[in-house]
Design a protein around this ligand. Structure first.
Ligand SMILES: NC(=O)c1ccc[n+]([C@@H]2O[C@H](COP(=O)([O-])OP(=O)(O)OC[C@H]3O[C@@H](n4cnc5c(N)ncnc54)[C@H](OP(=O)(O)O)[C@@H]3O)[C@@H](O)[C@H]2O)c1
Length: 309
């Protein structure tokens, strides 16, 4: 079968090649992949993994062969799944407890945006507790996680302020539910109950200066790759506020991935969550799409299609 394999040191970071069929365990369904999405973290994984490794966490497609254990959706079911790796392939073996069926009105492209980015947005927003009437600040708001987090926080009753890097990145964020949009966190005024911070560097230092007493700054990324300066004095006006790290993979018990993913799918099905797909291309264009994402030129999520049956 065809798959995207890691080619560190090659002319492109990854390329489409022939690889062996996946090994399917008794608890795995074999899924024919239609779409997958690309995460910023996966750009780093190209560098950190060996030649020939097949990346891929966010996949959608059709169950080709249901699992031998009799669990999970039957053959022919349209699904979305969270895989640890190997998802950027024509076919992938997925444990049944990581698979969620799709409603007919949720497209493969929409579904592929949900696993990593959707679970991160959902669970980071939840860390803020009851958000009705609360102020929430989201950095990296125009990105994959940000565009989903704006909607989930706004649907929860929060007053959402979105931080973007430049004016063009603000397009469409009001429609998603952002009440205020600021260019750079330095322009954000007042204090916030919950801040979702993924840019790192000065952005994290500035976030701490804007949290309210007992509020939470959720640190889930470091897109800038910069370090941050913090001081106890920064909390003088925000006493007992917390900085909370978030790693989606260990953010909840294994058995909760599918229920949370199913919740995200149902929000899309009911029109309460609209995945923003800034780029949708055939997977032969993966290197171009990776560059667009690296250069902050993708609004929302980047989705690749395999053109599979
Ligand atoms: N901890 C976890 O479990 C977890 C899960 C998912 C993602 N993440 C991390 O969270 C971050 C956001 O993920 P994502 O999928 O939403 O990424 P994304 O789609 O690439 O969005 C990142 C956003 O960050 C903003 N940004 C600000 N400063 C940046 C910089 N120096 N370099 C690059 N982008 C910068 C960009 O907005 P402007 O162009 O408007 O400035 C961009 O829209 C990434 O660092 C990712 O690795 C972590």
């Amino acid at each position: 079968m065809r798959a995207i394999v890691n080619t560190p040191g090659g002319p492109a970071p990854v390329e489409l090649r022939d690889v062996p069929e996946p090994r399917v365990g008794p608890n795995d369904a074999l899924v024919s992949v239609r779409c997958f999405s690309l995460n910023r973290g996966e750009l780093r994984s190209f560098v950190n993994n060996e030649e020939g490794w097949v990346p891929g966490q966010d996949i959608s497609g059709v169950v080709l062969r249901e699992a031998a254990n009799g669990l999970g959706p039957p053959s022919g079911t349209r699904v979305v799944a969270l895989t640890d790796e190997f998802g950027w392939a024509e076919r992938v073996a997925v444990p049944t407890h990581r698979i969620v069926p799709l409603a007919g009105n949720v497209s493969f492209a929409q579904a592929a945006t949900l696993p990593v980015a959707g679970l991160t947005a959902l669970r980071c927003v939840r860390l803020g507790g009851a958000l009705v009437g609360r102020r929430v600040l989201i950095t990296g708001a125009a990105g994959g996680v940000g565009t989903l987090a704006i909607q989930i926080a706004a649907n929860s009753g929060a007053h959402v302020t979105a931080v973007v890097g430049h004016p063009a990145r603000a397009t469409g964020l009001n429609e998603l539910g952002a009440k205020d949009i600021v260019q750079g966190i330095e322009s954000a005024t007042g204090r916030y109950s919950l801040i979702l911070e993924s840019a790192g560097g000065d952005s994290l230092s500035e976030a701490v200066k804007r949290i309210e007493p007992k509020g939470i700054v959720v640190v889930y990324g470091n897109s800038s790759a910069q370090t941050s300066t913090l001081s106890f004095q920064d909390f003088r006006m925000a006493q007992n506020a917390r900085i909370q790290s978030f790693f989606y993979f260990t953010s909840g018990p294994e058995e909760m991935f599918a229920p949370d993913l199913a919740l995200l799918v149902s929000l899309v099905e009911n029109g309460k969550l609209r995945p923003v797909i800034g780029v949708e291309r055939n997977w032969s264009e993966i290197s171009t799409v990776a560059e667009l994402l690296r250069d902050r030129r993708v609004a929302g999520k980047a989705v690749l299609t395999t053109g599979g049956p």
